[in-house]
Design a protein around this ligand. Structure first.
Ligand code: ZN
Length: 175
């Protein structure tokens, strides 16, 4: 028996933010394996610059955000390619967001309506100032070239018939 036994100690300390209560910095990291399961064709579609929704095999209702079964009649759906041009149904400008998007604030989220589609699609709108966006404004889809298999692989930009963005002219020199 050795009563002088000690645990080995390291030389690094702890980052302390506060003592009452004690708040310390603790690094936390995890790899998370996430299956898209039956939603996989939507993400695969984004890599081919396609927006995949679903259509009910019973009543024909078409869903912009795909779902396995119809919200109306409960029948199974099948995959259905959506148009890539639509209109702004509504929009909001976010001045705060989750950690992944904080650096991009303010940014604009839109709900897109498509001809022949019964539900709306949530996405980002870029290339338009918040005060230049109008309900009904035409928008078209764009896709990340280096896809990440995330919903953000698709975003929207003002469409062909959208009013041109207001250009702010620099002040004329006064000298
Ligand atoms: Zn249905």
């Amino acid at each position: 028996m050795d009563r002088n036994t000690k645990l080995p100690e390291t030389e690094e300390g702890t980052v302390l933010f506060s003592v009452d209560p004690i708040i310390v910095k603790h690094h936390y990291e995890i790899d998370y394996l996430h299956s898209y399961a039956q939603d996989s064709p939507f993400f695969a579609g984004l890599t081919k610059k396609k927006l995949m929704g679903s259509r009910c095999t019973g009543c024909g209702r078409t869903f912009a955000t795909p779902r396995g079964h119809c919200m109306e009649c409960g029948a199974a759906t099948e995959w259905h390619e959506l148009p890539q041009e639509g209109r702004v149904h509504t929009y909001t400008t976010c001045h705060f967001g989750g950690e992944a998007f904080l650096g991009e604030t303010p940014f604009t989220l839109i709900l897109v309506e498509f001809d022949g589609v019964d539900t709306l699609f949530l996405s980002r709108l870029v290339g338009a100032e918040p005060d230049g966006i109008t309900i009904g404004m035409p928008v078209r889809a764009r896709f990340l070239r280096n896809c990440k298999f995330k919903p953000t692989d698709v975003y929207f930009v003002p469409g062909q018939d959208a009013p041109p963005a207001a250009v702010t002219q620099p002040a004329a020199p006064t000298s």
